[in-house]
Design a protein. Structure first.
Length: 161
């Protein structure tokens, strides 16, 4: 794990599910969590982009995290939600919605509960992960949300919005 990704202090994470897998994002990157709402499709956008929503007068792009991570699409359910994230970019912050199957909880992990991501055998690219959290015998993939989307992807999301 490179130094940039090392977790050195206790951190709170929002956990969410995609299928049977549990993911976590640093709570500092979360603006809010919304119930699933109608998403307006935008033509000629990346395949993982669902469209845009109106968030109190602002147009916010929404991406399907299942598609971004190469998982099968899934029908929306009562638990489907949109996590509003703030992604750091060289020239500021991009606000984006991420579709998740369900939100679980806010949890705190100590540095000794987090291991480096494995180098092989992962569906996700290891540079997308800050580490693997351990809680009650389960692994939780801690996402490095600032690294999941390329500069080109973020600019296409901003242009769509």
């Amino acid at each position: 794990m490179n130094e940039k990704n090392t977790v050195t202090s206790s951190t709170q994470y929002l956990t969410f599910t995609l299928g049977s897998e549990v993911f976590a994002v640093d709570i500092a990157k979360i603006r809010e969590v919304l119930e699933y709402t109608l998403v307006t499709k935008v033509p000629r956008t990346p395949g993982f982009m669902c469209g845009v929503i109106n968030l109190r007068g602002s147009v916010v792009p929404v991406v399907d995290m299942r598609l971004k991570f190469g998982m099968e699409p899934r029908e929306k359910s009562v638990n489907t939600c949109i996590i509003i994230l703030e992604i750091a970019q060289d020239d500021g912050v991009v606000v984006m919605g991420a579709l998740a199957d369900s939100v679980r909880e806010v949890m705190e992990l100590e540095p000794d509960q987090i291991e480096p991501p494995p180098k092989i055998g992962m569906r996700l690219r290891s540079d997308f992960l800050k580490g693997m959290g351990k809680q009650e015998g389960r692994f939780i993939m801690i996402l490095d949300i600032d690294r999941i989307f390329s500069v080109d992807e973020l600019s296409s999301l901003q242009n769509a919005a």
